[in-house]
Design a protein around this ligand. Structure first.
Ligand code: PLP
Length: 382
């Protein structure tokens, strides 16, 4: 089966993990700190705080931004469900806004109608790695004193206005799940420009303790810790961080390879008229974490049938991004989101992974082209 994604892991990661085990320090410790410093340097922010996932990163970012019960947070419905769920974790109300068709991201025109006196934050998602237009959304939000939190779960290695995605946000959250380019198995990171927020994030991820367990263990003297507020156990382990450090060194190569594979998909699929695919926005470059395509208006097969045809041909593709407002967990929300509904029902994500071969990619394209040939009069695959 051709997988939709396969992490690019090798001897470097295996050795790094083995070294962490041999050191005897496997919980959050020196390697987590080293990974945080290297990640902050790679993104270009002064602070990076490692956590157990992007879901927990979003939870802590919202908490640190002071969002709570009675507040509204504008989010795209078209996002992995964790984006909306994190708002619920802090007792606030997610308000679903529509997205731009080409980027699948929030834009000022879709955010503005949802601003109310209770709006405290917007979670701006870089969907599938395509950077959202942060400056444009922030210009609107600044007028209303609304915080913008960037959900850069998919966007490590993408760029926005020639800087790494996430660099411009007061708070950005990243994921290291194996569906993303850089993986630590599970894991996440919050980046921030604010030193006092970074201190609070470090405490919150570790039960609200005023001294980290690692520092306590290193101390020659007994240390009495205090619990300054109700926190969580959202720590990353040193084994994960060791893998993350090895992965971070490979990130530029991963991005270059994904962009080359995506360009080839775009060329091969250009024979299908009216097919919209993932692409760079005018102001940045995507890492192509997901290579999505939106089926034309009247395809010969519907999206779910195409997924089945691909599976029959040994290809594991995925439905497009979920729309949270259509899921049972958010059944009470009844927003009108036509672009989101079109994207979630008519798009799919094709396999794209570092080790993908030319013949695997051609096989995927030939199945798609054959399936769509009748109604779209696709020209023959080059
Ligand atoms: C946009 C977005 N936000 C948050 C998450 C949650 O990430 P994690 O699995 O690291 O909790 C994901 C995961 O796919 C995502 O795509």
């Amino acid at each position: 089966m051709i997988p939709v994604m396969r992490p690019w892991l090798g001897q470097e990661e295996a050795e790094a993990a083995a070294e962490a085990v041999a050191s005897g320090w496997i919980a959050q410790g020196p390697r987590v700190r080293e990974f945080e410093d290297a990640f902050a340097a790679a993104i270009g922010t002064p602070h990076a705080v490692a956590v157990s996932s992007c879901t927990t990163a979003l939870h802590l970012a919202l908490t640190a931004a002071g969002i709570g019960p009675g507040d509204e947070v504008i989010v795209p419905s078209l996002s992995f469900i964790a984006t909306a769920n994190a708002v619920r974790y802090v007792g606030a109300q997610p308000v679903f806004a529509d997205v731009d068709l080409a980027t699948q991201n929030l834009i000022p025109q879709t955010v503005e109608p949802h601003l109310t006196g209770r709006t405290r934050a917007v979670i701006l998602v870089d969907q599938g790695g395509v950077p959202a237009d942060l400056d444009a959304v922030r210009a609107l939000c600044d007028l209303h004193q609304v915080t913008v939190i960037e959900d850069a779960a998919c966007a490590v290695g993408s760029t926005y206005r020639a800087r790494p995605a996430g660099a411009g946000a007061a708070l950005a959250a990243f994921s290291f799940h194996p569906r993303k380019l850089l993986t630590t198995g599970e894991g996440g990171m919050v980046t921030t420009w604010d030193g006092s927020i970074a201190v609070r994030l470090r405490r919150l991820r570790e039960h609200g303790m005023d001294i980290s367990a690692a520092d306590r263990h290193r101390s020659q003297q007994p240390v009495i810790e205090h619990y300054t507020e109700v926190g969580f156990n959202y720590r990353m382990t040193d084994i994960q961080a060791a893998i993350g450090l090895a992965q971070l060194r490979k990130l530029p190569e991963m991005v270059a390879r994904r962009r080359a594979l995506a360009r080839r998909y775009q060329e091969l699929l250009s024979c299908i008229p009216s097919l919209l695919t993932a692409d760079d926005p005018p102001y940045g470059e995507t890492n192509y974490q997901s290579f999505w395509m939106l089926l034309p208006e009247e395809p010969a097969v519907d999206r779910d049938n195409l997924l089945r045809l691909l599976a029959d041909a040994g290809i594991s593709a995925r439905r497009g991004i979920v729309a949270a407002h259509l899921e049972p967990a958010y059944v009470d929300a009844k927003p009108s989101l036509p672009v989101t509904e079109r994207l979630t029902s008519r798009s799919l994500i094709l396999p794209l992974f570092h080790q993908m071969t030319d013949s695997q990619q051609k096989h995927v394209v030939s199945v798609v082209v054959a399936a769509l040939a009748n109604s779209t009069r696709a020209k023959s695959v080059p």
